[in-house]
Design a protein around this ligand. Sequence first.
Ligand SMILES: NC(=O)c1ccc[n+]([C@@H]2O[C@H](COP(=O)([O-])OP(=O)(O)OC[C@H]3O[C@@H](n4cnc5c(N)ncnc54)[C@H](O)[C@@H]3O)[C@@H](O)[C@H]2O)c1
Length: 246
Amino acid sequence: MSLLTGQTAVVTGGAQGLGLAIAERFIDEGARVVLGDVNLEATEAAAKRLGGDDVAIAVRCDVTKFDEVDGLVSAAVERFGGLDIMVNNAGITRDATLRRMTEEQFDQVIAVHLKGTWNGLKSAAAVMRENKRGTIVNMSSISGKVGLVGQTNYSAAKAGIVGMTKAAAKELAHLGVRVNAIQPGLIRSAMTEAMPQHIWDQKLAEVPMGRAGEPDEVAKVALFLASDLSSYITGTVVEVTGGRYV
Ligand SMILES: NC(=O)c1ccc[n+]([C@@H]2O[C@H](COP(=O)([O-])OP(=O)(O)OC[C@H]3O[C@@H](n4cnc5c(N)ncnc54)[C@H](O)[C@@H]3O)[C@@H](O)[C@H]2O)c1
């Protein structure tokens, strides 16, 4: 038996990067996965690469809209018969200093990360509450722990996800539902590779392990938190940073 045999997971922002790596790990451990993402074409291609309809399906979903997230969760229940794992991972950055950041850039980042995670939590909890079991993994960031220059929007959203994770963990614990968060540091993905080289180098210099992380190194932690390996862990935040900002 693998760690997730017969289980169904929803991963938001699953078309690429960390979400896709998480989906891949989960499928390797016997799960079926529903990928939700705004980029339907990329999500369909990802689902195909992961093994197609029997193990992975793609759903267009904007996490800022509760109805769309609820539709994503319903798709998992209808297609695979339930929901055991919810990973709230979709994300964007709109970095700028306070002087230059627009109200729209602030609102967009709060909507995708903070509201998007709340939408996923609320919708998944409704199903898991009935089943008296489930695990939820929220993607925060080390930026939410320490606050990073140019990220007043993102740091606020990612710190908010920590508070939300702890509150939800307490609400749902007696129902058999665990909620935890991950704070990745510098992980190689489209999001970080879009960074100017000098910023990348600056961040890398802060990593005691001397290298960026790979998406699968976050996926392995998501697997731990999603599976029974972490059966007595809820409301916690796991840093995946190579030692940065400990
Ligand atoms: N890469 C890193 O170093 C790093 C570090 C800390 C935290 N994170 C977090 O990990 C998560 C994944 O990041 P990534 O590096 O894989 O980024 P990425 O840009 O490669 O992937 C993000 C995915 O989210 C999707 N998305 C964006 N807005 C959406 C919306 N409104 N609804 C649904 N999907 C949407 C995108 O289409 C994309 O497929 C994010 O929450 C990010 O903040 C990443």
